[in-house]
Design a protein around this ligand. Structure first.
Ligand SMILES: Nc1ncnc2c1ncn2[C@@H]1O[C@H](COP(=O)(O)OP(=O)(O)OP(=O)(O)O)[C@@H](O)[C@H]1O
Ligand SMILES: [Mg+2]
Length: 250
C-alpha cells in the first residue's frame, strides 16, 4: 500500500492550488507513480493541473442504475468505465470523485465503487487527495490512514483557530495521521504577526511553512492559465519547494 497525502482547511484557503503545486514538486523529484484524487464534489483539480476530465465516479455510480447493458454484469460495466475516468498524464494519474452518494443511494453501486477504488489505489506509490472545505468531509476521507495531512489556513488568527479545530477533529474521528502540519497561505510578504506564531504554539501544531501571496499566481488565475504552469521562480512555488522536503513521507 502506498503513502497518502491529503489536505484540509477552510474554503478558499488554497487547498487545490497547494495540491497542484505539490504534484508538480513530486513530478520534478521524479516521485512516482502517483494517483491524484479530486475528492471535492465541486471538482476543479483538473483545471489547476491543466487536465481534461472525462467524467467522475459520481456519474458512473448513477450510470450503474440505468445504463448497464443487458447481459453485462455491473462489475464488468464498472471495470470498463472506471478505466476511462482515469486520466493518465505520464507524471500522475487523476481520478475525479464527483458528487458523493446522496440519500437513497444505491448501496451496491457504492460498495462496488469503493472496491474498485481500493483496488486501483494499490497500484500507486503515492495517493494525493484534494478535499473540499468543511470539516464534516474529513470523516468521509477515502482513506483512514494518512501519512501526511496538511491543514491550510490564511494568515488571520481566526483562520489559525479554525485550523486548530480541524486538528482536534482529526484526533476525534480517529484518522490515523503520520504527520499533521499547518501551512499558512497567502501571507503578505510571507510574514505572520507575532500573535499568529504564539497562537500556533498554543494549538501545538507543526508549522511547515508560510506561503506568500503570489501576484503571479493571481495573474494566472485571472487569465485562466493553469496553476501547474507557473514558472519555477514563482514565489509560492519556491516556498513549496522549501516546505516539502521537510515533511514529505519518503
Ligand atoms: N499563495 C497564493 N497567492 C495568490 N493567490 C492564491 C494563493 N493561493 C491560492 N490563491 C488563489 O486563491 C483562490 C482559492 O484557491 P483554491 O481554489 O486553491 O482554494 P481551495 O481551498 O481549494 O478552495 P475550495 O475550498 O473552494 O476548494 C484561487 O483563486 C487561487 O488562485
Ligand atoms: Mg479546492
Amino acid at each position: 500500500m502506498g503513502k497518502t497525502i491529503a489536505i484540509a482547511g477552510k474554503g478558499g484557503t488554497g487547498k487545490t492550488t497547494l495540491i497542484g503545486l505539490i504534484l508538480r514538486w513530486m513530478a520534478e523529484q521524479d516521485i512516482k507513480p502517483i494517483l491524484a484524487v479530486d475528492a471535492d464534489a465541486n471538482a476543479n483539480l483538473g483545471e489547476v493541473l491543466d487536465v481534461k476530465v472525462p467524467g467522475n465516479i459520481g456519474e458512473l455510480r448513477e450510470g450503474m442504475k440505468s445504463d448497464v447493458p443487458a447481459g453485462m454484469t455491473k462489475e464488468a460495466y464498472m471495470e470498463y468505465h472506471i478505466q476511462n475516468l482515469l486520466v493518465e498524464t505520464g507524471t500522475y494519474d487523476l481520478l475525479t470523485m464527483g458528487r458523493p452518494e446522496g440519500a437513497g443511494c444505491y448501496c451496491y453501486a457504492n460498495a462496488l465503487c469503493t472496491k474498485f477504488i481500493d483496488f486501483m489505489v494499490k497500484e500507486y506509490d503515492y495517493v494525493v487527495i484534494d478535499n473540499e472545505a468543511g470539516m464534516e468531509h474529513l470523516s468521509r476521507l477515502l482513506m483512514k490512514d494518512i501519512d501526511l495531512l496538511l491543514v491550510v489556513s490564511d494568515p488571520s488568527l481566526r483562520g489559525i483557530r479554525t485550523a486548530g479545530r480541524i486538528k482536534e477533529l482529526v484526533e476525534e474521528i480517529n484518522l490515523r495521521v503520520g504527520t499533521l502540519a499547518l501551512v499558512i497561505n497567502r501571507a503578505i510578504d510571507g510574514k505572520l504577526v507575532d500573535e499568529a506564531y504564539q497562537l500556533i504554539n498554543e494549538i501545538g501544531i507543526e508549522l511547515a511553512g508560510v506561503i506568500p501571496d503570489d501576484p503571479l499566481l493571481a495573474k494566472f488565475d485571472r487569465e485562466g492559465k493553469a496553476t501547474i504552469k507557473l514558472p519555477t521562480e514563482a514565489i509560492a512555488y519556491q516556498e513549496v519547494g522549501k516546505i516539502m522536503p521537510k515533511i514529505f513521507p519518503y
